[in-house]
Design a protein around this ligand. Structure first.
Ligand code: IVH
Length: 673
């Protein structure tokens, strides 16, 4: 094929594919079979491979996902992406209506009611009708630029259906519940933890670094706003979005009165369980755009719109059994085993029963028909029993007084409701600690799912998180349902986790009350595990966000013998136990102190403290610790039997401190406690 022919063919195929795409994903009216579509796409990909420079910037081949990126650039929004005020009752909505009418006296007000899609907000920027940028809401002012990922979403047009249009479009990315269920089945098969709900999996998918992985998960889009001009009402705006080729949600109603708004709300509250995507309420908007403008904005939201949220979705199911789950902190939680039931976007078979007291207070018995609720939160909960539905054989549940995982006696701390297993060597706790350690926000070890963790602990190969780094592919491949390839992948994933920054490692350790934000705060003030270990609870509390509970918990953890063993193993495995020295992402400004900006080398044996301890204290004085002496070294702290490093320091005329001199400086810096 000549170059000219190829050029024409590429353009023709690109146009055809986008047209079919629109028919299938936006209009739900396909004209060719999936197979025919795939054949066209393959021909295009082939041609583009032969003539890479002829590929159009908005080529449909990008929908299968481009190259992975290491991080998302931040992009500012043209105008801030605000949120909506929420209301939960008709009175709140009536108050909203009053405010609107009060601000626009004697004017006719018309509302539009639409569904509030429970997904993730995404802004799309089109220039000359081409999609050039897609940005998440972020903090409202700027978000992550996820353009390559957005290009894989088939209902988002890469090219608008009118030429020469430059505009911004805003809307919601979401996942259908059926697709979500399939995705979770796949997660389970791969030994990965399930996503809590379609919204979480949408958010997680959009933030994937590999667009191919995004392409493999069926995300969708509904547009609800654009600045493309010409419209005088919100409804016209929606019509113009449709003209441009964007998918808009068909459930929209023009309402002359609040009565009609409430009817719309009631209708969809009832229909909600049958919809194939999740909604969490209704959005009410003033239809007239000029009125919208005059109503203006508060700092957070437009005064012309309001979200009227639905109550948490409820369902009924038979309680088949009660199982106990030992958490990573030893809390023993009762879990309801239910007959499968569909609620709020997913199939539920487990729900929390909170604690022993709640089971008793609500008189929940095995065999009962129970009411479960799934709100905005992740885990459904049993909220009560359906009266009059108790079968004769229903049995009362007796909370055991031994840990179901390790059989140690359980205890209940004064003033706490939770029943705990106090055995630090409990295998149940260890398994959950490992789950936490490998979690997405922690060490992110792909392939280390619950099924593998169970086997590793039961085989006795892993007694703490540090042991993970000793596992070999050979050994792992002997585990059930783990072939050679998966074993090798798992070892590679464990290996890669050595690169996780210190704050994630600290979070991964699972210290009570230390979530990822607290971990980040701590590492910002204490750049290494040693520095943190040296801190007294009082010193920890000096950080604004750290209160006495967290401070005590961190201090206790770092002075625990078992934790010390784990930390030693992690150190030996070269896991990051200090901030990266390049001050990455602004997370590690070196401590301000008398040694700020100075590079210090420690050598020889110290009498009054360990080398690690000294290192931590020096870091707290602002020093950067180096391993060897060079012309860049500012100071050498020399203990007894210091050898070649001391000699070199002398030769280079670098300042040298004895241990005594160090103690003196520590005293001056108030660090010798
Ligand atoms: S209008 C100023 N319409 O709900 C924000 N938002 O806090 C104007 N949402 O994250 C938003 N469905 O992404 C609007 N039909 C709809 C919506 C909708 C879902 C999301 C939106 C935002 C949140 C509101």
């Amino acid at each position: 094929m000549t170059r000219d022919e190829a050029e024409r063919k590429i353009q023709d195929l690109s146009l055809q594919l986008e047209e079919h795409n629109h028919r299938y994903h936006v209009q739900a009216n396909p004209q060719i079979s999936d197979r025919e579509y795939d054949e066209l796409l393959e021909r295009l990909i082939d041609l583009e491979a032969q003539f890479p420079d002829l590929r159009l910037t908005d080529s449909p081949s990008q929908r299968v996902g481009g190259e992975p990126s290491s991080e998302f650039p931040t992009a500012a929004h043209g105008t801030p992406m605000l949120s909506l005020d929420n209301s939960y009752s008709r009175e709140d909505v009536e108050a909203f209506d009053k405010r609107v009418r009060g601000a626009l006296p004697d004017e006719d007000i018309e509302y539009v009611a639409e569904l509030k899609i429970d997904g993730v907000a995404l802004s799309l920027v089109y220039e000359d009708s081409r999609l050039v940028r897609a940005v998440t809401r972020g903090n409202g002012v700027a978000g992550d630029e996820v353009t390559a990922n957005a290009r894989t979403i088939r209902s988002i047009p890469l090219r608008l259906r009118r030429e020469g249009v430059s505009c911004e479009v805003r809307g919601e990315v979401y996942m259908r519940t059926a697709d979500f269920d399939l995705l979770n089945q796949r997660q389970h098969q791969n030994g990965l933890p399930p996503f809590a709900n379609p919204r979480n999996s949408t958010a997680g998918t959009l933030k994937q670094q590999d667009p191919k992985a995004v392409a493999a998960r069926p995300l969708r889009y509904f547009a609800y706003w654009t600045d493309s001009d010409g419209a005088t009402t919100h409804l016209q705006r929606m019509a113009s979005l449709e003209d441009l080729g964007l998918p808009v949600n068909p459930a929209t109603k023009q309402c002359e009165s609040l009565k009609e708004v409430f009817a719309f709300y009631d209708h969809f509250a009832a229909l909600r369980p049958d919809l194939d995507y999740e909604i969490d309420g209704v959005v009410i908007k003033v239809n007239d755009l000029e009125q919208q403008e005059r109503l203006g904005f508060t700092s957070k939201s437009p005064r012309s719109a309001m979200a009227f949220k639905f109550d948490a979705e409820q369902a009924q199911a038979r309680l088949l059994d009660i199982r106990l789950q030992v958490g990573r902190t030893g809390v023993i939680a009762p879990v309801a085993v239910l007959e499968p039931v569909h609620v709020a976007g997913s199939t539920v078979q487990r729900a929390t029963l909170h604690n022993a007291d709640e089971i008793e207070r609500k008189d929940i018995r095995i065999g009962d028909l129970v009411i479960l609720e799934k709100g905005g939160d992740v885990i459904p909960k049993v909220v009560g029993v359906v009266a009059g539905e108790r079968p004769e054989e229903a049995t009362r549940y007796v909370f055991p007084d031994r840990c179901p995982a390790c059989d140690a006696p359980t205890s209940r701390i004064e003033g706490e409701i939770a029943v705990r297993c106090a055995n630090p060597a409990c295998v149940g706790q260890l398994k959950r600690r490992l789950d936490h350690f490998s979690g997405r926000n922690a060490m992110d070890i792909e392939g280390l799912g619950t099924a593998v963790v169970e086997q590793l602990v039961d085989a006795g190969w892993v007694q703490d998180v540090g042991d993970l780094y000793q596992l070999t592919a050979e050994r792992l491949s002997t585990l059930a349902r783990l072939g050679e390839k998966s074993a090798a992948n798992l070892v590679a994933a464990i290996d890669a986790s050595r690169q996780r920054p210190f704050d994630r490692v600290l979070f991964a350790l699972g210290i009570l009350h230390v979530g990822s934000t607290v971990a980040r705060t701590l590492t910002r003030h204490f750049p290494s595990i040693e520095a943190l270990s040296c801190a007294t609870p009082q010193q920890l509390e000096e950080i604004d966000e750290i209160g006495p509970t967290i401070a005590a918990s961190v201090h206790e953890f770092l002075h625990d013998e078992n934790a010390a063993t784990v930390i030693e193993k992690l150190r030996a495995a070269r896991v990051q136990l200090e901030n990266a020295s390049d001050g990455e992402a602004g997370l590690n400004p070196t401590e301000e102190g008398p040694l700020s900006g100075k590079t210090v080398v420690l050598t020889g044996t110290l009498q009054t403290m360990s080398r690690d301890h000294a290192r931590g204290l020096l870091e707290r004085m602002g020093a950067k610790i180096a391993g060897s002496v060079s012309s860049k070294t500012d100071l050498v702290v020399a203990g007894e039997k210091a050898g070649s490093k001391l000699k070199k320091a002398e030769a280079l005329e670098i300042e040298i401190w004895s241990e005594e001199r160090l103690q003196q400086s520590l005293g001056e810096a108030d660090l010798n406690s």
